[in-house]
Design a protein around this ligand. Structure first.
Ligand code: FES
Length: 502
C-alpha cells in the first residue's frame, strides 16, 4: 500500500535517460538528499543531472514521517559522552541550520507543502528512563539550546517525563521535493527516472556513470542513493546496517494533539498529525526491526493498529506503509567524500531515520565541497572515518550475521518441501540438492529463484508481510519476482523455471 505522502500528491514524472550526456554533477538517487543537492548547485549555476532508478522520491523520502527536527531521539547525551561537547554542538547546529533552511526555501520559493511549526518531544512512561531524559535536557541546555523538561504532553496518556525541543516543524515531503524538482529543471538541470546506475568508472579527471544503455560523463558524482551502490573503495557495507519501520495513518473523532512525539525505548511509538480532508490524520510509527531479520512480520501493522485503537477507540485506519533506514555503527551519518582515493565523488548515507534535516545538512556539505567552499560541519560528518570499535557490539553482530549467512546457512538443509509452500506463502526449500526460494501467489502460481543476494551473496530471508526476499547482511530487498528494490544490491535475481513433478 502507498504511503499517505505518495497517495496524496500528483508527482511530476520524468523520462528515462535515452542518450549519452555530459554534465557538471551527476547525482545518483532522486530522494530528498539528491534533489536538495541538485537544487542548491543548479541555483549556483552548475549543470546537474539526477538519475533515479525508479520514481523520484518514492522510496525513503516518500515513506518517511516527515518530521523536521534537530531532536534525533535522546542523542545529545550520547554525542557528548562518546565524542565531545563541541561535536554535539556542531551536530545540533548543523541540524538547526537545516530546519531554518527548509523554512527559508519554502518562503523564498513560495512552496505550498503544509509546513507547520511544531514542538518536538521525546517522552517516557517508564521510571528507569526518566534519568536519561534529565541527562539529555541538561546536556542540550549546556549546548545553548532552549530544551525543556516537561511532565505533561498532549498525547492521550500519562507520561513520566519528556524533553521538548521548541519550534521544530513538519511538512508534506513530496509536495516540497516536487516543487524543488520543477526549480531544478527551471535552473537548467535534468532529471531521469527509471534510469538505474550499474557502474561508475573513473576516466582521467571525469567519471562515466553507466545506466543500462547510456553513459553520463561528469566531473562530480554524488551517491545520494540511500545506501552506496559501490562496494570498494568506501566499504560502507562494513560500517552500516538497515532497519525497517512501519507507519499507519488514521482518523478519529477524538480531540487531537499538537506537536510531534517519539518515546525513548522500543517498542517505538512515533506520533504526528497531518492535514487531511478538512480534518487531521494521525500518523503513528513503530514496529521497527533489523531489515532481513528471519522473523514473522505479519503483526507489524496489526500491533500499531491495536495500539492506535487502545488510544483512539474509533481509529479509522486509512494508510499502512513501511520504510527502510541506514544506520551507521557510531550512529552519526556519513556525509562528504566517498573515499580518499576517489576525488570529486561524494556520499550521503546513514541518516538514522532523521532524513528531513540530515538531507539538507548533506546537501549543504556536498554542494560546498563541489564549490570549494568551507563548511563548518564537514568534519563532524566526515564519511571516510572508520571506527567500528566505538560500536563494537553492533560491529560483531554485523560480522556474525554476514558470516552465518554466507557460510553456515549454505550447508543447512531446509525441512520444507514444495508441497508445504501454501498459497501466498514463501519458503526456502531444497530441490535436487539446491536451495530454492519459492513464493506461491494467491492463484497457486510459483515464483522460484536462488535466494542469494546479488550484493555480496548472503542468503535471503522471506518477508511474509511485503512478499519480498530480504537480505540480513546489509538490507537489500527483492520482490518475489527477483527485482532489486533496495540498495546496496543493484542487480535483479533471475527467476528459475520449475519443472514440478509429483
Ligand atoms: Fe549485502 Fe545482501 S545486502 S549481501
Amino acid at each position: 500500500m502507498s504511503s499517505y505522502w505518495i497517495d496524496s500528491v500528483k508527482f511530476d514524472s520524468y523520462d528515462s535517460l535515452k542518450n549519452d550526456i555530459s554534465t557538471d554533477v551527476c547525482i545518483i538517487g532522486g530522494g530528498i538528499t539528491g534533489i536538495v543537492t541538485a537544487y542548491l548547485l543548479s541555483k549556483s549555476g552548475y549543470k546537474v543531472c539526477i538519475l533515479e532508478k525508479d520514481k523520484i522520491a518514492h522510496q525513503t523520502t516518500g515513506n518517511t514521517t516527515a518530521k523536521i527536527t534537530s531532536q534525533h531521539g535522546l542523542f545529545y547525551h550520547y554525542l557528548t559522552n562518546n565524542f565531545s561537547k563541541e561535536f554535539a554542538k556542531s551536530y545540533l547546529e548543523a541540524n538547526e541550520q537545516a530546519l531554518h533552511q527548509i523554512k527559508q526555501i519554502i518562503e523564498e520559493e513560495n512552496i505550498n507543502c503544509d509546513f507547520e511549526v511544531q514542538d518536538n518531544y521525546v517522552y517516557t512512561t517508564l521510571e528507569d528512563e526518566v534519568s536519561k531524559i534529565k541527562h539529555e535536557v541538561q546536556d542540550v541546555q549546556n549546548l545553548g539550546f532552549p530544551a525543556e523538561y516537561v511532565t505533561d504532553i498532549q498525547l492521550p496518556f500519562d507520561i513520566l517525563a519528556a524533553i521538548k525541543f521548541p519550534n521544530q516543524a513538519q511538512f508534506h515531503p513530496l509536495k516540497y521535493v516536487n516543487a524543488l524538482c520543477k526549480l531544478i529543471i527551471k535552473n537548467g538541470g535534468s532529471i531521469y527516472e527509471n534510469s538505474k546506475v550499474y557502474d561508475v568508472k573513473k576516466n582521467d579527471k571525469l567519471y562515466n556513470v553507466k545506466t543500462e544503455n547510456n553513459t553520463v560523463t561528469a566531473k562530480y558524482v554524488v551517491l545520494a542513493c540511500h545506501y552506496p551502490i559501490i562496494n570498494a573503495p568506501g566499504f560502507y557495507f562494513l560500517k552500516m546496517y538497515q532497519e525497517t519501520s512501519y507507519l499507519i495513518g488514521f482518523t478519529t473523532n477524538a480531540p487531537l494533539f499538537d506537536g510531534m512525539y517519539i518515546n525513548t525505548k522500543t517498542p517505538i511509538a512515533s506520533f504526528r498529525t497531518v492535514p487531511y480532508n478538512n480534518t487531521r490524520m494521525v500518523i503513528l510509527g513503530g514496529s521497527e526491526h533489523k531489515t532481513g531479520a528471519d522473523m514473522d512480520l505479519s503483526d507489524c501493522y496489526l500491533n500499531l493498529e491495536n495500539y492506535a485503537k487502545s488510544l483512539f477507540p474509533d481509529a479509522n485506519i486509512l494508510y499502512r506503509w513501511n520504510t527502510e533506514d541506514c544506520i551507521s555503527l557510531d550512529k552519526v551519518p556519513y556525509i562528504g567524500k566517498f573515499s580518499t582515493i576517489m576525488p570529486n565523488m561524494y556520499v550521503a548515507t546513514g541518516f538514522k531515520k532523521w532524513g528531513m534535516t540530515t538531507s539538507h545538512v548533506a546537501a549543504n556539505i556536498i554542494s560546498d565541497f563541489i564549490q570549494d567552499k568551507e563548511n563548518p560541519y564537514a568534519e563532524t560528518f566526515i564519511s571516510t572515518r572508520f571506527k567500528p570499535i566505538e560500536n563494537g557490539t553492533e560491529f560483531v553482530n554485523m560480522l556474525k550475521q554476514t558470516t552465518d549467512s554466507l557460510i553456515l546457512d549454505k550447508f543447512k538443509i531446509p525441512k520444507e518441501t514444495l508441497s508445504e509452500v501454501g498459497k501466498d506463502e514463501g519458503k526456502i526449500i531444497e530441490i535436487n540438492g539446491t536451495k530454492i526460494g519459492i513464493y506461491c501467489d494467491t492463484n497457486g502460481k510459483y515464483y522460484a529463484l536462488k535466494p542469494v543476494c546479488t550484493h555480496l551473496g548472503c542468503e535471503l530471508s522471506w518477508n511474509n508481510l511485503d512478499k519480498t526476499w530480504d537480505c540480513p547482511c546489509h538490507g537489500s530487498r527483492f520482490s518475489y519476482t527477483g527485482k532489486s528494490l533496495y540498495a546496496p544490491s543493484i542487480k535483479d535475481i533471475d527467476l528459475i523455471s520449475l519443472d514440478i513433478t509429483e
